[in-house]
Write a protein that binds this ligand. Structure first.
Ligand SMILES: [Zn+2]
Ligand SMILES: [Zn+2]
Length: 567
């Protein structure tokens, strides 16, 4: 039995007996690129690490397909701007944001993604496809393609026809009669395709191959211009079913993951492999199919509405948690990433970490082997010799919501003293703590947004049961306090005296004291006493478990709050 599903691909790659391997991934920069793309990138990054450890030279590429045409734009792009630029390659479209100053639409969104890689521990090389098409090696592939159009048609036919119904079969055959797998950027309008009023897409496909002249003729469907372009002009692009294998052949791709849209029978991967072998004389990569990553119950799409970028993720959660999420899950299973489940992801990570460092006993040898394999692959930098210190998310959640009543120094002291209880020898710097605090605050705000969107009360309650969300008002709501009974008020004062007398309190003794006050001294249901505390501290009838919560508060602040009752 294999320790981890990645081993299956690793062994398949190893069978090729190579001293150098190439991993490749790709993305079209059609808008903000959502975090789902990191699934294939992180899988490849893990394979990179595994083979580098074996002493193999690894090239790992991300192709940013900026030669692709803009078929449509996302909703956040200005409408006039959309009209002007539809059908142009993304690299020839200016940045859509005023005052941004970057080179193009493609660069804007491509670089937004690329800039996050170092934070996720991803080490790859970027190939901008348009630049690649300016190079002789790619232009040679265009020539080979044009010389072999008939063969390519046969291959496509073989794979695609069986997947079509009769009507579409006829359509396909008709289309193939004049089909040439090369498109040109129109000299007049810069477009490479046109979208007709009915929404159908018409590529500016070559209509004739002038073999002697090493050029093609085209008639632009957008503006009607008839032009001629040399194979070596850099203005020609291969049809996407051919573009993919041409790149594989140039870079000798050993493995490339494929999202489920490309993995289907008769899809671009299958035809790509055969074209790669038959036309470009390279065996092609090992296919690694994978399912989508969803945001909650929704699919994400770069050109659609739902966008959750890697940049956004980094603002509110730990990149190692994300690597874990991708690498623990078999690629054939879809992942639903949920912001409100970040505490569960943390629990899993901690367990894995504890087992890795031998602090916790694994349930089985399989579990141990799996974590041993997985843990180092989730690290952004390196795997430390000793277990790194980890502030519990629960504690960070508490502290980040106390920033309005406690200074950063005081919050930091709280963390340090709690880590000392757990006898952790290494510590955390105030700067790092500040970053964690901010990230937790962002995450809680995002959970609150999520809660506002949810209408089902059951779901809201179950989220609130798992995440302690509260807000401490800076002043006591006196109208609420005035409604407390005499006994409740008396109980609060008794607790204040307990605080003053006892210096060595912990969460349990606080919890017990409140029970005793209620049951033995005042003879009221403890619930009433708890309510009184919540009203005083939070202006609310409920809140997080009181013992740990009160312990977290600053004693001085708490006494001041209690003193206000006697004013
Ligand atoms: Zn820009
Ligand atoms: Zn044109």
């Amino acid at each position: 039995m294999l320790a981890h599903w990645l081993e299956e691909t690793v062994q398949e790659i190893s069978k090729r007996n190579l001293t150098e391997i190439t991993l490749s991934t790709g993305k079209t920069p059609s808008g903000h690129i959502h975090i789902g793309i990191l699934r294939e990138i992180i899988i490849c990054d893990a394979i990179r690490r595994i083979f580098e450890k074996k002493g193999v030279n690894v090239s790992f590429y991300l192709f940013i397909d900026d030669f692709d045409a803009a078929k449509r734009f996302p909703y956040y792009i200005d409408e006039d701007y959309q009209k002007n630029n539809l059908g142009k390659p993304f690299t020839l479209i200016p940045c859509p944001f005023e005052d941004c100053g970057c080179e193009s639409y493609a660069y804007h969104f491509g670089n937004e993604l690329i800039s996050t890689f170092k934070h996720f521990g991803i080490k790859n090389e970027i190939i901008w496809t348009y630049e690649l098409y300016q190079k002789r090696e790619m232009q040679e592939k265009i020539k080979i393609t044009l010389d072999n159009t008939e063969k390519i048609k046969e291959i496509l036919k073989k794979y695609i026809l069986p997947t079509l119904d009769d009507d579409r079969k006829k359509q396909f055959n008709d289309m193939q009669k004049t089909w040439i797998p090369v498109m040109a950027i129109c000299e007049k309008c810069n477009k490479i395709q046109d979208r007709a009023k009915d929404g159908s897409i018409h590529p500016n496909r070559a209509i004739e191959y002038l073999e002697k002249e090493q050029a093609v003729m085209y008639e632009c469907p957008a503006c009607g211009y008839r032009g001629k372009t040399s194979i070596y002009s850099g203005k020609l692009k291969l049809n996407w079913r051919v573009d993919w294998p041409a790149k594989w052949a140039i870079f000798k791709a050993t493995c490339e993951p494929a999202g489920k849209d490309h993995s289907v029978k008769g899809g671009a991967y299958d035809t790509g492999i055969e074209i790669c072998q038959e036309i470009y004389d390279y065996e092609g990569p090992i296919k690694l199919p994978y399912e989508w990553l969803r945001l909650g119950d929704q699919d994400m799409g770069t050109s659609k509405g739902i966008v959750f970028t890697p940049e956004k993720y980094l603002e509110l959660a730990d990149p190692e948690i994300y690597r874990m999420l991708i690498l623990r899950t078999n690629p054939m299973k879809h992942i639903s990433f949920r912001i409100e489940e970040i505490p569960q992801y943390h629990d899993y990570y901690e367990k894995m970490e504890n087992i890795f460092y031998g602090v916790e006993e694994p349930q089985s040898k399989e579990e141990y082997d799996f974590y041993k394999y997985l843990y180092p692959l989730t690290k952004v930098n390196y795997t430390p010799e000793i277990k790194p210190i980890r502030i519990p998310l629960k504690l960070l959640t508490f502290l980040s919501q106390m920033q309005n009543i406690l200074s950063l120094d005081k919050l930091y002291d709280k963390v340090i003293s709690s880590l000392r209880i757990n006898k952790t020898e290494n510590t955390i710097s105030p700067e790092d703590f500040k970053v964690l605090l901010k990230r937790t605050e962002n995450w809680i705000n995002e959970v609150k947004n999520e809660l506002n969107r949810i209408t089902d009360h059951k779901i809201i309650r179950s989220i609130l049961n798992k995440i302690d969300i509260f807000a401490i008002p800076e002043t006591v709501a006196m109208d609420l306090i005035n409604n407390l009974s005499d006994k409740q008020l008396k109980g609060l004062i008794m607790f204040k005296n307990f605080l003053l007398e006892d210096t060595n309190i912990d969460a349990d003794s606080i919890q017990n004291k409140i029970f005793t006050i209620a049951k033995e001294e005042l003879e009221i249901p403890p619930r009433k006493m708890f309510e009184a505390f919540y009203l005083l501290l939070l202006g609310n009838k409920s809140g997080p478990r009181l013992g740990p919560f009160i312990l977290m508060l600053d004693k001085e602040w708490l006494l001041k709050r209690l003193n206000q009752l006697e004013d």
